[in-house]
Ligand binder design. Structure first.
Ligand code: 13P
Length: 246
C-alpha cells in the first residue's frame, strides 16, 4: 500500500506575511493521513523551515540548478536546498519547460543532482492540448520520463513522478479521473520495465485539483496523491485536499 502524498506548489505567489499565515493554517490542521509537502518560493524557505520544524509537514523548492555550485548567476543549488532542510524539489514543471526552454535531459540532470544530495525530485511530465488532440499524449510523457529513467539508472525508484497535463494547469479544466488514471497506468508500466520498485513509487496528478474533485482522482489505482497549484494557496482548500488523500 503506497502512502499518499499531497504537495503544494505555491509558484510565484505570496508574501512573508501570507506565507506565514498559510503555513500556520496547514500545521494547525494536523494530523493528516497522507504525507504533506509545501514547495515554497526560494526566499521563504528559511521561514518555512522554522515554521514547520517539529511537524511532519515537509518543505521543498520548485526548481534547482543542474550544477552543484559555480558561476551560475541566479541559480539555486540543491546543496543550498539541503542546507535549508528541503526534502523535495519539483523539477521539469511545464512552466519551466515552456518559459525557460528546459529540455528533457536538463530535467533529468536536475533530478539526478537532487537525488545525489538526498532531496527527492518530483519530476513533472505532461502533454499540451495540441499534443493530446494529435494523439501524442503517450509518446510525449514516455519520452519525458524515459530521459529521467535513463539518467537516474538504478536510483529511478527514488523519484516521485507528477503527471500534469498542461491543458489542465490553472485552467479549471481537470483531467477526468479516468483520463488521469489511463496516463498513470502507462507511466507505471514504463517504470515497471525500469525498476522492480515501480509498485512502491508515488505518481501524483496535477492540474486544477480542487477540494471537490480530489477524492475521485485519488481513488484511482495508480494515482498516489496530487501536486496542487492554485488550491494550495488557501489553507482551508489545501487542507481539504489533503483530507481527501488517505
Ligand atoms: P493548478 O492546480 O493551479 O492547476 O496548478 C497545477 C500545477 O501546476 C502544480 O504544479
Amino acid at each position: 500500500m503506497r502512502r499518499k502524498l499531497v504537495a503544494g506548489n505555491w509558484k510565484m505567489h505570496g508574501s512573508r506575511a501570507s506565507s506565514a499565515e498559510l503555513l500556520a493554517g496547514i500545521t494547525a490542521a494536523r494530523p493528516y493521513d497522507c504525507d504533506v509537502v509545501v514547495c515554497v518560493p526560494f526566499p521563504y524557505l528559511s521561514e518555512a523551515a522554522v515554521a514547520l520544524a517539529g511537524s511532519d509537514v515537509r518543505w521543498g523548492a520548485q526548481d534547482c540548478s543542474a550544477f552543484e555550485q559555480g558561476a551560475y548567476t541566479g541559480e539555486v543549488s540543491v546543496l543550498m536546498l539541503a542546507d535549508f532542510g528541503c526534502r523535495y524539489v519539483i523539477v521539469g514543471h511545464s512552466e519551466r519547460r515552456q518559459y525557460h526552454a528546459e529540455s528533457d535531459q536538463l530535467v533529468a540532470d536536475k533530478a539526478k543532482v537532487a537525488l545525489a544530495r538526498g532531496v527527492t525530485p518530483i519530476v513533472c511530465v505532461g502533454e499540451t492540448l495540441a499534443q493530446r488532440e494529435a494523439g501524442e499524449t503517450e509518446a510525449v510523457v514516455k519520452r519525458q520520463l524515459s530521459a529521467v529513467i535513463h539518467t537516474l539508472g538504478h536510483c529511478a525508484s527514488e523519484m516521485v513522478v507528477a503527471y500534469e497535463p498542461v491543458w489542465a494547469i490553472g485552467t479549471g479544466r481537470t483531467a477526468t479521473p479516468e483520463q488521469a488514471q489511463a496516463v498513470h497506468a502507462l507511466l507505471r508500466a514504463q517504470l515497471r520495465a525500469a525498476t522492480p520498485q515501480a509498485d512502491h513509487m508515488r505518481l501524483l496528478y496535477g492540474g486544477s485539483v480542487k477540494a471537490d474533485n480530489a477524492a475521485a482522482l485519488f481513488a484511482q489505482p495508480d494515482i498516489d496523491g496530487g501536486l496542487i497549484g492554485g488550491a494550495s494557496l488557501k489553507a482551508s482548500d489545501f487542507v481539504a485536499i489533503c483530507r481527501a488523500a488517505r
